[in-house]
Design a protein. Structure first.
Length: 212
């Protein structure tokens, strides 16, 4: 992405990005684009947050439990650096688009995590094969869905179907960061959870008294 033209507001620039995204780039523009993609890097596996067990169990007890089912509690604000477009092999030359995110689950379980947009930052219009959802945890970002803008707010859930163009903009340059929880969902219908199939909820304790 090229830097924002001098004298142009972020909102105007975002609108221009949306218009440009509706047309495919020419072969000439592809040749001039740099830097080139290097391909996705292996996704890091987040670590379990051990302090959350200290009140109840020894580390040995927790590790034994994890052998049966590899569960974990992930602390995204552990101090470990968050990643950006380079981990996906996608070039990004300008700070305006250089948002940060972190994975919060093993890829074998699901692709989910948190993304943060600083004031004035933009996630450019893009699309991908798999559907996904956003949960707005902080801020009031503009989320564009199929080139239609939506002013969103805390606790709202954004539904993004397969292939739907979408982007995010934190247009409050002097206010708080935008924090969004994201989760990619299965593409195949057979893999999607549903109360009537592929779910099998089962209570493992009696519900006839106070919980102990």
């Amino acid at each position: 992405m090229s830097p924002k033209p001098e004298g142009t507001s972020i909102t105007e620039n975002f609108k221009a990005e949306q218009t440009a995204a509706e047309s495919l780039p020419t072969e000439e523009s592809k040749a001039e684009s740099k830097p080139t993609s290097t391909g996705p890097k292996p996704q890091e596996s987040p670590e379990h947050h051990w302090p959350c067990n200290a009140e109840f169990h020894t580390r040995e007890e927790v590790e034994t439990s994890m052998k049966d089912y590899p569960w974990k509690v992930v602390e995204p604000y552990s101090g470990k650096p968050w990643v950006s477009w380079d981990v996906l092999g996608l070039p990004c030359e300008h700070e305006e688009y250089n948002l940060k995110w972190t994975n919060c689950a093993d890829m074998s379980l699901g692709w989910t995590g948190l993304v943060v947009l600083k004031p004035g930052q933009i996630e450019p219009m893009h699309r991908h094969t798999t559907p996904m959802v956003y949960y707005i945890l902080q801020g009031k970002p503009i989320i564009s869905l199929n080139f239609t803008k939506n002013r969103t707010s805390k606790w709202q859930c954004i539904n993004i179907p397969p292939g739907c163009p979408h982007g995010i903009m934190n247009d409050h340059e002097d206010k708080e960061e935008v924090v969004i929880a994201w989760c990619y969902l299965p593409l195949e219908d057979a893999a999607k959870p549903h109360p009537e199939k592929n779910y099998n909820w089962e209570f493992l304790q009696k519900l006839d008294g106070k919980y102990h």
